[in-house]
Design a protein. Sequence first.
Length: 397
Amino acid sequence: MKSLDVGRFSVVACIAVANLLTLSPVYAQQGNSDPLSNRQIARPIPNVAGQGIFGQDGLFAIEAAAQTRTTAGSSSATTASIIPPQPSIPPSPGVQVATSTGSGGTTRPCGQIGGYCAVLRGNQVGFTVQGSPLGGGGVVVVFNLPPAPPVPPQPRRLNVHSSRVDRVAIAQRAVDNIWRGAPLPNISLGINPDPGLAGLENWFWVNNYQGQPLVFPLHLDLPWTLYWQEQVWETSMQCDDATCATRHAVTTSHFEDHSANYVDTVDASVTLTSATFDWDFGDGRVGSKPPAFDSITGLGRAYTDPYTPSPVAWTYQMDSRHFIGGFPVSLRGTWTGTYHISSGSTFDGTYTENGSLGGTRQGTWTANHVVCQVQTMLIAPGYTPPSVPCRDQRIGR
């Protein structure tokens, strides 16, 4: 997880006097990075040749020419009226997630590659991630959208809240889901000769997969809105009596609702890399389950000619009459996993994470291999023995 550094700020209490005495409230002063910190608002004061100066940092002062007044009765006085903060939290819109994989800009329905998914069942989202073409298809990812940590406090902002979700946690949950559910290659087993012959070396190989890494990329756009309120102060001069010979400043405040839209992006990918292949040739003899092959040798070699053997080979010493359908040949493949996460935001900094995924992914593929025997026969001249195909009559093949 990445922590965000929040700048320090100081609290400054200031009472400004310019020819007339006023009372100013205490505020948190925002740093120079705030583009509004130096902006001032000037408002004219009725019946006085002056104006009230309002700074965005919350400071107030009166600017006017020097005057001398002689009055009967009470002397001039200054009062202030301040409205305390009143919480008012506008509703937040629902979180939405846009997903896409690969290239292109076509927007598709939720659940399809590059689709746009709204929240499903409250704060739960689901979509399909398509992997490498040689993989077994896409993986459906469904997980909850955890809320993001609170936005750090900022000067002059009250009742701060947002519809943001935790982009880092979402990326990590997506990676975990993809790793658990990513489909493995649609492998089939090749054998030559097929049917096989006892006493003759049989060659084996893998179809539909050449050992390439299986990559499952995912892109998420996570739009969200930040809400807050600001207390706005207004000061006016009010008469003490009907003659308006003396006046006092009255300061009031109200709350303004503010919002800003941001987008977090997440790019995550899970890569499955083949590690080992374990073959079992099915006849139960010693050696029919050889040690695991590495990720290259274990793929075997597809038959092209009788002079180039496959590195995966086995010689049966008997036929498969005792195995209905043929010898049960099996292949078990093992893959390891790695991941990469990269996230950006229009609100704060970037986040990256790389690593290895725990455990392995395994898949098993099988085939039945009928093996026959060739026997010599003594026959009379001119006799043609009947042709007996090499097949398992019990299953019709």
